[in-house]
Design a protein around this ligand. Structure first.
Ligand code: SF4
Ligand code: SF4
Length: 189
């Protein structure tokens, strides 16, 4: 969650977290010294934050992509689809020559979601229109999640408009990132 501290407000009207607690588990939260992939000690799964009124500012300022992007339907709520969409801004790894804001698709647990056609379609569409797109890959506890820039890697597959090729490309990216899963340890200052 720490990487999103500057992304605030602008939540789609009526879009509530409900029973979702995906960000409280999936993301590293430096302020809480919480590793990625570990449920926050203040969170009750399915019920939410137990220190809501006193939660850290980074939590107050965070809203996932599903809450912020009108065009995403209910099926995209992270606990339903297994993907946590984040917004990536300038200075967060977007290569030169690309627009200063893009999307990150964090796989929460299982890579099976890479077969989900709405996901494949959205990734393809964003790449096709030149927006920066990243895939976030889970790692063992204590290591930084891998974040892979997809636009160049999937350019040909997307251009072909063959979704099976895009799925194949996504799986290859995932496998490669897994082989580097213990490359970067998480440290808290
Ligand atoms: S991932 Fe999104 S919907 Fe789920 S708890 Fe976090 S902000 Fe709410
Ligand atoms: S403090 Fe609350 S909102 Fe923040 S990660 Fe923990 S449970 Fe979630």
């Amino acid at each position: 969650m720490g990487e999103h501290h500057s992304l605030r407000e602008i939540v789609v009207s009526g879009r509530e977290c409900g029973g979702c607690t995906a960000c409280c588990k999936t993301l590293r939260i430096a302020e809480l010294k919480k590793f990625a992939g570990v449920l926050c000690q203040h969170c009750t799964e399915g019920a939410g934050c137990q220190i809501y009124d006193d939660r850290p500012s980074v939590c107050r300022g965070y809203n996932c992509g599903w809450k912020r992007l009108q065009f995403l339907g209910d099926e995209w709520r992270p606990d339903r689809c297994g993907i946590l969409i984040g917004l990536v801004e300038k200075g967060e790894g977007i290569p030169a020559g690309f627009p200063p804001a893009g999307l990150k698709f964090d796989i929460m647990d299982s890579p099976r979601v890479l077969n989900w056609y709405p996901l494949v379609g959205l990734i393809s569409r964003e790449i096709e229109r030149g927006m920066p797109v990243f895939l976030g890959i889970p790692t063992p506890v204590g290591y930084e999640r891998r974040m892979v820039f997809l636009n160049h890697l999937l350019a040909d597959a997307v251009k072909s408009h063959d979704r099976t090729l895009v799925v194949k490309g996504l799986k290859a990216v995932y496998e490669r990132a897994l082989s580097e899963a213990t490359k970067e340890k998480t440290t808290f200052d």
